[in-house]
Design a protein around this ligand. Sequence first.
Ligand code: F3S
Length: 419
Amino acid sequence: MILSDKDKALLDGNSGAMARQAIEGLIQLGQAYDARDMVDIGYAHIHAGMAMYLGDVELIESLADSGAKMAVPVSTNIANADMGNWQQTGAPEKLVQLQKRAEKAHKSMGSGTCFTCTPYWAGHWPTWNMHMASIESGVTTFANSVLGAKSNRDGYFAVYAGVTGRYPRFGLHLDENRVPTHRVQVEASLSGTADFTVLGYAIGNHVTNGIPFVTGLKHRPNLDELDALGVGMATSGGVAMFILPGVTPPYTDENDSRAANLPSVCIDDRQIKDIYDGFCTGLGDSFDIVHLGCPHASFEEMKHYGALLQGRTIHDNTQLWITTNRNVRQMAKDAGLLGPILASGARVISDTCPISCHFARTCSPDSKLGVKPVELKAIVVDSAKQAHYIRDMIQCPTLLTTTENAVETAISGHFYPRF
Ligand code: F3S
């Protein structure tokens, strides 16, 4: 690999031992993918340090203790507990205290501690042609597709990128790889974020880790629907970028020659219904929690929830969880939206979500943390991503429906399906 003077200085330890370790790791990553050199990044969305695993928090603390500082703007991904209102979810306090140790470490390194899967709603908004790194697949897909930034689906390497401000040039950091691999013709009637997570899920099933060129949508998706679309694709497949000509940069023409003669697939209402049905594994009216806000809700979504819940009361036998990031929660509070939402009995939760909190059965938490498996009849959701991971990680039934029907479900105690 060709190394710049900046890379060589980092290797020489001019920015400290941890930055040297980080650049060594990134060089190894680049060599594994035949990267010819490294690029400057403008932003990184990094691992939170998950409190379910003591060693994971200690890893972040060791970075901070070494004096490492983030070289670029950085945001933090989802965590295992709401550090401000953990009682709402029944999280053990010891787990929360451990999570707060990771928060303290991130603050000392200069990271923005939003602990969210939607850092863009918290103000982290990478721009066209900006190289970046991200641990969260939904962030990668939104940044590549909607914002025109350049990111791979990273793991812990995003932390190394944040510490050094560098990343090896491979994958979607190369323009020649940012081209469509499949044509997707949408013939389904879609409305709202739940439908768009399901459409994305259907597309991901077909294109696996390709780049779909999507046509046929009956309306221009709003930002929340674009976010939902990418999140769905990144869940069922390894998608990191999608193209909606005329909506996502830089493709403007549905007849773009780069999308000619590609393998093609059609998504119709039947396929959308099949995915909803496949994630309705619970018994109609037997559920414990209704969840909204996967990915973490935007301010616009909080407005929508507020309007749906105004003057209404959640049924005694259920809980309504709304997950959003801290920043949006504060914006919603300032705008007077939290009042009607909380008055309905709904819980507004930040920093985590059902599958990321202590509910996950696929985690092996430290026995001293007091995390106990929770028995759940079912969780009602309005996101194919949340349904997919509840199935795999909490291992309880799901009931997938629209946002509006999920709210009616929470109020009535009876499940309102999409179809
Ligand atoms: Fe975010 Fe949890 Fe959904 S991390 S994308 S709310 S599964």
